[in-house]
Design a protein around this ligand. Sequence first.
Ligand SMILES: Cc1ncc(COP(=O)(O)O)c(C=O)c1O
Length: 391
Amino acid sequence: MESIVDQISFGGIVAIRDSLLKRQSEGGKVYRLESGDPSFDIPPHVRDAMIDALMKGYTHYTESTGIRPLREAAYQKVVEENKIPLKDPNHVLITNGAMHALYVTFRALLIPGDEVIIPDPMWTEIADNVRLAGGIPVRCRLKPENNFVYDPSDVESLITSKTKAIFINTPHNPTGAVFPKNILEEIGEIAIKKNLYIVSDEAYEHIIYDGLKHVSIGSLPGVEDRTISIFSASKSFAMSGLRIGYIATNIDKIIERGKKLLRCTINGVNSIAQYGALAALRGPKDYIEEMRREYQLRRDMIYDTTSKLKSLKPFKPRGAFYIWCKISEDWRDSEGKRSDWAMTNYLLKFGLGSTPGSEFGPASSEYIRFSFSCATSHLAESLEMLKKVLE
Ligand SMILES: Cc1ncc(COP(=O)(O)O)c(C=O)c1O
């Protein structure tokens, strides 16, 4: 009998990374524009807090929902910074990254056959996590003419008697789109009218450009009791390998089911990483702005280069650290093929990493994604190479 897990692929990105690592091990030069891992080190006070926790012997089991001070610090941040009227720290669950928060959320929310409206394109793991919970991802096309944000009327047209939730991700992976407040308000009104939940993935909340401000949909009036908000320390504090995320929701049933899922999946996140996250949330925040500025510089570099190349038509990212480019009508590889995989494979021959658009949804095979989370000097070298091989 087929397991639900058989519906999940290994992901094309793995094959691209393997090819680059193989080239590197053979002494070849590689340019890592496929990877979405922050280049920055963790801040010194986070590192020191983890060393301190280790020295004090905080290496035992913790509460499976997360250590109390971390839940309190996350609660305070969500209320003060995100302006989400969360009831109390008991309505925060600490997870093994936002990835695990998504798994827990969909598993707690869905029953088999429930539909979740998700953006198309979307980071692959969203549809996979909906499927793992027995749900059905229903893709809502994000159009370039709408700056790759939901058209609320498109969202509404996809609602059926099976729809359980609308999924939102802003800033958005892979397009770098930022959903403005008025669109979030309209989505909120639809959710209220149709009695739907909202799942909001805000992993890139601090990586936002051009003076735009991140808006958490959970802060809008009327949706506070139907929204599940997901956050991550991976991008905000460059703590990707330490695996800290959190769920914030006023929905008691999700918290209750979430607690059971946490107990049975991880039984508490790595204790040392939790003390690191506590220091990150409680400590100085100026480095968030320093990283944001550096990402904006990289965004300008990659947008400038790609917009001058005839083979690519980039969308200017307003947040996150990806650039989403349409492959020009007249671009062809040496065998005369024009597709996302053709371009990715062509670039791989020169050690250049990218991610084909169809990895984010079948309708995006004319697109390609480049990441600019690598070091600025590495990005500069990579862009020189990209120019050389695409011109
Ligand atoms: C949209 C989105 N959500 C969540 C995550 C997962 O982040 P974490 O490292 O916290 O699991 C990612 C990671 O790339 C992402 O792109």
